[in-house]
Design a protein around this ligand. Sequence first.
Ligand code: THU
Length: 160
Amino acid sequence: MKKHKIEINLEVYDSVSELPQDIQKLMNKAQKAREDAYAPYSRFRVGAALALQSGEIIIGNNQENAAFPSGLCAERVAIFHAGATNPNATIKTMAITARSLQYKVTEPIPPCGSCRQAIAEYEIKQESPIAIYFMGETGKVAKAASIGDLLPLLFDKSYL
Ligand code: THU
């Protein structure tokens, strides 16, 4: 029997104001997108913004459904939006922010497992890392330099 220890690396910033200007702008787009979320059931609004290498920004927000599993998270809406409209683009960065209508979200909200898997697919496809910055409504911002830091042992095409 062998034991494996997996290390992941995250950077945590005390506030959005500590981020580089371009990332602050991207987070601002994610915040705007968040307010357009369709989340009448959870009242938990999530916004995501992707910066492409070209400088173009692609957004997404969560889209809920009365049949709950038919809805989709902001991160997947954003990354599928990018895949559909810019199929050959390289995604450099993703910014994510969440706000609840029920409580103040002050901790960084990481993407769910399914979204991590979807992000991994595009990172592998483009053969370059996607940096992911995530936050709540206010407070700390966490940064993963690559999806591998949020989803170690991910499933990829090499297993097929
Ligand atoms: N949600 C996201 O948009 N992203 C995540 O990573 C976590 C959850 C959405 C899905 C649902 O509309 C609401 O937040 C509550 O789970």
